[in-house]
Ligand binder design. Structure first.
Ligand code: SAH
Length: 204
């Protein structure tokens, strides 16, 4: 509750559905038990394999920018530990989430089961290829930083939005592109830093 008051509401997040979802997902279930005392701190934390769970504010901000109403099917690129997935799943119909590192994909599955999220489908694969089987999506959210793959726009419904931290390593900016009947429009938001969007799948 304090995390939501101090980091989310105090910084201007106003969407009631986002606030309720941030209140209801137990973030400590998504970080390693050795770090659980810091689970609600105002920062990203390591989740193994060189990756991170995003800062709470950034999860809320990205979720808010999707402007979800409840009936949407959302594709997430970069499941990580599954925290953003869990938040999304509370406010849309179904979340499809892809992770390229098999160990994290497996851990996210356990975490989401522990938090009882039924409307989530996970896949270990290269998110740069999208997930054609369930396309088109109402929204696509990318939680690793880099440059957009052309297939994402193809896998969106007209009127749907693609949200990603765009730019070269260490220098990202949130961009939201709305697919129109022809082409798209785009709006830029917060500067941010994400782990890199990488090609291919990592098994071990
Ligand atoms: N959504 C997470 C953030 C995880 S960090 C959260 O809730 O905190 C970003 C994740 O994107 C990492 O786990 C990384 O392995 C993954 N990733 C990077 N490039 C990817 C790609 N091409 N396809 C799928 N996942 C990718």
């Amino acid at each position: 509750m304090r995390m939501v008051a101090d980091q989310i509401v105090a910084r201007g997040i106003r969407d009631d559905k986002v606030i309720a979802a941030m209140m209801s997902v137990p973030r400590h279930l998504f970080v390693d038990s050795a770090l659980s005392s810091r689970a609600y701190h105002d920062c990203a934390l390591p989740i193994g394999c060189g990756q991170t769970i995003s800062q709470p504010y950034m999860v809320a901000r990205m979720t808010e920018l999707l402007e979800l109403q409840g009936s949407e099917r959302v594709l997430e690129i970069g499941t990580g530990c599954g925290y953003q997935t869990a938040v999304l799943s509370r406010i849309c119909r179904r979340v499809y989430s892809i992770e390229r590192i098999e160990a994290l994909h497996n851990r996210a599955r356990q975490n989401l089961r522990a938090a009882r999220h039924a409307n989530v489908m996970l896949k270990c694969g290269d998110g740069l290829l999208g997930w054609d089987e369930y396309a088109p999506y109402d929204a696509i959210i990318v939680t690793a930083g880099g440059f957009a793959s052309d297939v994402w726009m193809q896998q969106l419904k007209p009127g749907g939005v693609l949200l990603l931290p765009e730019g070269a390593a260490g220098n990202h900016r949130l961009v939201r592109r709305r697919k129109l009947a022809r082409g798209w429009n785009e709006e830029y938001f917060d500067d941010c830093t994400f782990v890199p969007l990488l090609e291919g799948v990592h098994h071990h």
